[in-house]
Design a protein around this ligand. Structure first.
Ligand SMILES: *[C@@H]1O[C@H](CO)[C@@H](O)[C@H](O)[C@H]1NC(C)=O
Ligand SMILES: *[C@@H]1O[C@H](CO)[C@@H](O)[C@H](O)[C@H]1NC(C)=O
Length: 361
């Protein structure tokens, strides 16, 4: 009896302790990573595994924060712009929130007209992630966040274990690595990082003067509600042709998506494996980066709808104040057999590596 009672008490103590430790790891807050020199740092929140800030020098050595975002977790909880967030289970749109997989029809949460967008009402960008590892300083500071997505969450099939690691390395490289393991059912997976970049600084106004190059000769045209038609069209002779370094503003008025002026389009990135996706340079600040990734596509979005959005340190963001380069599987791939598959089978692993190479001048 006594022995059983002792066992019982120690088990209770253990459970209380374990859940206390878990609670600490799940506490929602901001986590900073900083290089040794002190001139390159980022902040992450485990609300939505979002990239909150990226601070890098300009050509004169002045530090600036080059992503849009908020000052408080409460604003991330309330926000609807996906600032810096890790978007999933399936980023971008799924037509009518419906797809058929292995003969079974699935219905996702509808949150964008008649379509599903960015994983639904409570996608991965609207949940608390667990901090698994956190090394804030040193040669390559990093943080790893984990989320368990349950079978049926927002309509998606099967349990899924998801990890994302943000890591800094010398001199000014930011690496983002994601993986997801399907535990018991086949499921679509398409994770993106939704950072809004402004290399002049998050509060410096529009990015129309940024120079951009996208290493893609084809893109996926969309209908009036932003669903791909299924065609994979050549960019040659269209305003989507960004194969040469081009001022972002030079043709922005010739393109629109869903009724707003600006780029909101998926490109088929040239080549295979881990390869350059895009290059962006801000001539004013001298800041630049080359984006590498191993995904089939990239969504170029020029923040076409934003109006008077209150952001960090009193900044008020407007449309075209930033650009997003979301490396990804193609939008609505679940409904287009000619697009690269985004299906992960039980025991299978989805992987996605991104590198923002050499924030430099
Ligand atoms: C929540 O979001 C709405 C709509 O974007 C905004 O008007 C409101 O000010 C926000 N509230 C807080 C507390 O941030
Ligand atoms: C996913 O990433 C985590 C964190 O880096 C790692 O521990 C794990 O082994 C990875 N899983 C797979 C299947 O690669």
């Amino acid at each position: 009896m006594a022995r059983a009672a002792v066992l019982c008490v120690s088990l209770l103590l253990y459970l209380a302790f374990a859940s206390g430790a878990d609670a600490a790891k799940k506490k929602v807050g901001f986590y900073e990573l900083k290089n040794k020199k002190g001139d390159f740092s980022i902040k992450i929140t485990n609300w939505g595994a979002a990239l909150v800030s990226v601070i890098v020098p300009d050509s004169k050595g002045n530090l600036g924060d080059v992503v849009l975002g908020y000052d408080t977790v409460a604003e991330y909880v309330n926000g609807s712009s996906y600032f810096g967030a890790l978007v999933g289970r399936v980023a971008n749109r799924v037509a009518k929130g419906r797809f058929v997989l292995d003969g079974k029809a699935y219905h996702l949460y509808i949150n964008d007209g008649k379509n599903a967008l960015h994983g639904g009402h409570r996608g991965f960008s609207k949940v608390i992630w667990t901090v698994k590892e956190y090394v804030p300083s040193g040669d390559s500071p990093y943080i790893t966040l984990y989320y368990h997505s349950f079978d049926g969450e927002q309509g998606f099939p099967g349990d899924l274990d998801v990890y994302v690691t943000y890591e800094l390395s010398n001199p000014y490289d930011l690496r983002i690595r994601m993986n997801a393991t399907a535990l018991n059912k086949a499921t679509p997976v398409n994770l993106v990082n939704h950072a809004y970049w402004n290399l002049g600084g998050h509060a410096s106004g529009d990015v129309l003067g940024h120079l951009i190059q996208v290493f893609a000769s084809r893109y996926t045209p969309v209908d009036n509600v932003m669903i791909p038609t299924g065609e994979i069209a050549g960019v040659a002779g269209t305003p989507y042709d960004l194969r040469q370094l081009t001022p972002l503003g030079s043709r922005i008025n010739l393109v629109s998506g869903g009724g707003a002026v600006g780029y909101d389009i998926n490109y088929e990135v040239q080549g295979d494996g881990f390869r350059p996706v895009a290059y962006v340079r801000d001539p004013k600040s001298g800041r630049a980066f080359k984006l590498w990734a191993d995904q089939p596509g990239v969504q170029l979005y020029t923040n076409n709808w934003m109006k008077d959005e209150k952001g960090k340190a009193g900044a008020v963001y407007q449309k075209h104040d930033a650009l997003c380069l979301e490396t990804q599987g193609f939008p609505d791939a679940v409904n287009h057999p000619n697009f690269p598959s985004v299906i992960v089978r039980p025991g299978g692993v989805y992987k996605h590596d991104m590198l923002l190479f050499k924030f430099s001048h």
